[in-house]
Design a protein around this ligand. Sequence first.
Ligand SMILES: [Zn+2]
Length: 550
Amino acid sequence: MRPLSRRNFMQSMGSLLVLPLLRTEEPETILYNGNIWTTDEAQPRAQAVAIRGGRLLAVGSNADVLPLATARTRKIDLASKSVLPGFNDAHAHPVDSGVEHLRKVACDTDSIDKIKAALHERALKTPPGEWVLGFLYDDGKTPRPINWHDLDAAVPDHPVLLQHRGGHTAFVNSMALQLAQVNDQTPDPTGGRFEHDAAGHLTGFVGDAGMQVFLKLIPNKNTREDYRQAAALISKLFTSKGITSACDADASPEDVQGYQDARDAGELAMRAYCHVSAGSLDHFMAAGIHTGFGDEWVRIGGVKMYADGSISERTAWLSQSYIGIPNNYVGLQLFSREQLYETGRKAHAAGWQLATHANGDLAIDRILGVYEQIHKELPRKDPRFRIEHCTLLTDALIYRMRALQVIPAPFSCYVYFHGDVMRYYGEARTQHMFPMRSFLDAGLRPTDSSDYTASPADPMMWLQSQLTRTDMKGNVWGANQRITLQEAIRCGTVNGAYAAFEEDLKGSIQPGRLADLVVLAQDPFKAEPSELLKIQVERTMVGGIWKYES
Ligand SMILES: [Zn+2]
């Protein structure tokens, strides 16, 4: 006879899943009358949960869970509302974007005139000689890309840098060009670009290493206090959308400190798994830290490297040229293979997870080769190599990912939100971009992610985009990659936790897991896929506490 496993034991108890209760472990809170989708295969649906010390004690029907209450238990009626596990944004830039919200002009509008007016207004309050900085601009959303003439008209007396929301490119004015000593004749830096028009004149659009030339000139005046405030601000924004955990995909030591300070101040509303930038790796290694250090609120993740540019800004490194961009342009390589290998091997040997930004098929091929080599030379059990974004695949690349069980962390709403740039790739290529169906069919565990600020940190938009593969204007891109709602929810919860080695802690509503969940105004399983975006988040609980209530 087989010994009774824990799961069989629980099933033999009926629908109630419960941890063995000690007498001191009476529930502090019980949520009941819910339409709960747990993502726990042992018990996919439930009505009620009991919570103590930030964790779930029991999950089951009202009849099962309510009797666990004592006179001191707070009982909350969910009024039949739908509940999902809290979402995990597996690749975002929370503190970074938080500092931008504090310091820069938000330019997420489709009107060039409005952007000019906002930058002009900021310039009036900016001391002479100081930079005027904008962010969240998206040239796919304005009728044409903004250029230095527009920026000069709005801000003639200050240098201006307006960042694309993708973070890899920017638009600068003529004073910025002068300060950086960049003119029509300046050659492109390695891994970067100064865009020229047909007549050979600069447009003001600068990419990757070309943008760094300008960023180097801007003094960093951020204080420790700014990083704390930034972590608090963005964690509030994310929880208002149902996100209870995020992976910071490129955290500096200051960013990590920002999360920790916000946590200490009781202001961190969500949990953070922090990939450390390759440039800071040595600092962390000198302190004896590697992946997994920290606790359930702030944890050190992998080391972040870059193999190429961006999809929304058309700098991803592709095997076939972009459509409609002259000179057979195929995007940008960032680190060399040697750099990726050397940093990767050093980090892997020291116990770090490797997380490399790679969008285009050539970039993915390169980093897979590096991972394969490192794995052969220094085999380690369950390394969970990650490819951040992992956008444009081929069957052969997916086959190699499968052999190594590499985790793809793709953008989740680019088809919906960045449909305007899909024409540069074309319908045929989009059938292999953000290929969720192919990943899942290969047995991989793709996550969900926003890359905020690159796209909205909005799980309902992720779900809609993945179910419909339809953009804002109704164009369909790669319908073959549609997945089901159940699959999409698992990617945004269970798989996000797995990608951070935290699957025993979160991602599902089951006893022993953290009490992280989201209450929705409508049942997503009863909504039209094209209407998912309209579903409102009513409340978000993190660690047994409502961190957001509408
Ligand atoms: Zn990113």
